[in-house]
Design a protein around this ligand. Sequence first.
Ligand code: RIB
Ligand code: CA
Length: 309
Amino acid sequence: MNQKKVIIDTDPGIDDALALMMAIASDYLDINVISAVFGNIDVDVALENIKRIFEVCKVKNMPVIAKGAEVSLSGQIYKPRLVHGVDGLGNVKFDVTHNYKDVNANDALKKCLVGENIDLLITLGPLTNIATLLIEEPAVKDRIKEMVIMGGSVFTSGNATEEAEFNFYQDPEAAKVVLNSKIPIKLISLDATRQLLFKSEIFKKLDFNDGELSVFIKNMLDFGLNYHKKYRNRDGIYLPDVLALCAVLDEDLFSYRDLSLDVDIDKERGKVFDNLDAANTIRFCDKVDVDGIINLFVNTINKLLTKRS
Ligand code: RIB
Ligand code: CA
């Protein structure tokens, strides 16, 4: 398969971290820019976590790692619960050692897209960075062949409020701009990601060793499993961003139908609704191959553990 030129926008977060690790492990993705956005944690922590993830994976050719929005387009920020720990990665002990230039995400995204197309823009957090780019440079939309977005909940309840999923709730105005941008979009919403609860048995299939990458991943998974057991009485964790990355790595594991969707920015902020008048066609993921995704997750993380420990 030819490599795909990608940009990933993210707010790591434990599920973001595992998704980024799958992207790093895949020979299929040429990661050009990773942009940090506020969301699970403040944007400065998100930026530091991206660097931590790439360093613990011993990545040699670092992509551009850039700092994006601190707050939503409307200037709001919704402080999430500590589901990802204070540091966003389950309070893992790992400090970056490289030096990094301060890079602004808006500049980096514009520079990457000026005159060049990208095959995939993958978003794992609030859509503020992307909406800002589209508002400032509308022509950029023609250079993004496709987006895969983790966000929204259409026919199921939200996880930030009864109606709204977290990424879209953090910045509903940005979500509205992006969904109506005419960029071809595959939407991996809670309707898809709730089909797969990652139970501890799955993680027993990971080939952990005593290297720092194993310790890093085990720490994140233990934190997530313990948090959900204690506060949600749930034996397992949802990993929404992992499913978004799996939708990139193996399209056959996901099935879609076309919907015209819009986002409420008023009374039920962040709610996604079916709107025939919306001038867009969004590929909405309605079914996932659970066993196929579990195998892809385990095999990809084990490939990383073998090569990068
Ligand atoms: O609602 C799930 C999404 O919100 C995921 O991207 C998770 O990382 C959080 O950002
Ligand atoms: Ca995320």
